[in-house]
Design a protein around this ligand. Sequence first.
Ligand SMILES: Cc1cc2nc3c(=O)[nH]c(=O)nc-3n(C[C@H](O)[C@H](O)[C@H](O)COP(=O)(O)O)c2cc1C
Length: 409
Amino acid sequence: MSSIVLGVSGGVAAYKAALLLRAFTEAGHDVRVVPTPGALHFVGAATFEALSGNPVTTDVWSDVPEVAHVRIGQNADLVVVAPATADLLARAAIGRADDLLTATLLTASCPVVFVPAMHTEMWLHPATQENVATLRRRGAVVLPPAVGRLTGPDSGPGRLPEPADIAALAGVVLEHGAGALAHDLSGRRVVISAGGTREPLDPVRYLGNRSSGKQGWALARVAAARGAEVVLVAANVEVPAPFGVRVVPVGTAEELRTAMHAEAKEADVVVMSAAVADFRPATEAATKLKKGSAAEPTAVPLARNPDVLVELVAERAPGRLVVGFAAETGDDEGDVLTHARAKLARKGCDLLVVNDVSAGQVFGRPDNAVVVLGADGSVTDVPHGGKDAVAAGIWAAISTRLGASRGTD
Ligand SMILES: Cc1cc2nc3c(=O)[nH]c(=O)nc-3n(C[C@H](O)[C@H](O)[C@H](O)COP(=O)(O)O)c2cc1C
């Protein structure tokens, strides 16, 4: 159990802080909510007190013997400010301590995550952008806001990411520190495939696989948090898009192939994490195959699908990276890494993320562990953890490689 300080400042999105608080407490954390006085115009202190089980104060003059303005920050393992208003970012950037939250920010030596939410004009204003840059330079994580519906009829960048996204990313920072969400992919375009393709047999049946898309979703969420423009080509995944990510839904391997070729053209990094069917039924019946009919099938002839990863490698422009995924098992011919190295050489990609599926425990689970093999011979162990934490480890390996390839652009 960790001690999380949830700072809440005065924007309409303050109501979502109650859901975030709930996500933290359900994950077993002890949460102390520190709202600004402005935040209490939007959500009452009683809501935060009841959901956290801890007292709520906004100023440094309450509980003076506790010296709350110092102790709360000192005792925290993580501070998350959601929503962070333009005003709160400004006060944090210049180091003011004119309420309990800003005083807490000055005394906290743990990682700090700001989650801005405001109208687009406020977000894009040079003053706000400079404050964000200052906070990032000092080591804080400032998540990019989501794009979408704002207060009233307006729409654009400035929306608070969904509480589930914030909770997942806060978990990564809690586990691995603020560096796990470094803002190092700004200006980079990333295309990720996720999920599993379905190859139709007739209008109602298909050949599919067990991929849930969870690891691809986590890769997209972490890449967006690290500042990338992210496109997710999603095969049969029915969960909401991570914040700031454009989803292109596809069904079959052929649809995924077309979408990946189109989206990869301008991409700095292409990540093929989807489970793409190697084979499809050779023919797709136009009508449902029926029991007892003259055409009742006794076998399903298969045709081989194109290798999308190999095609993307062949098309790759200089300085761009293509990352493959391999679910491997060891056998008499060699262990998991031996097979994976052979696959890396065969496919020609820059990095290969290797899942050991010998125990059959990756698909659909919330956790994972991988090894990232580089074409340059590098081997990066990404230890067991939640899929978002593993995604952060994978992006760290990609980012190092991207930095190395920048010189060849
Ligand atoms: C209805 C309403 C909604 C607001 N929403 C936001 C918002 O989403 N983001 C923001 O930066 N400021 C917003 N403001 C302005 C802030 O409340 C104002 O700047 C305030 O001083 C913030 O104080 P605080 O940062 O100490 O909470 C809103 C104000 C009102 C009246």
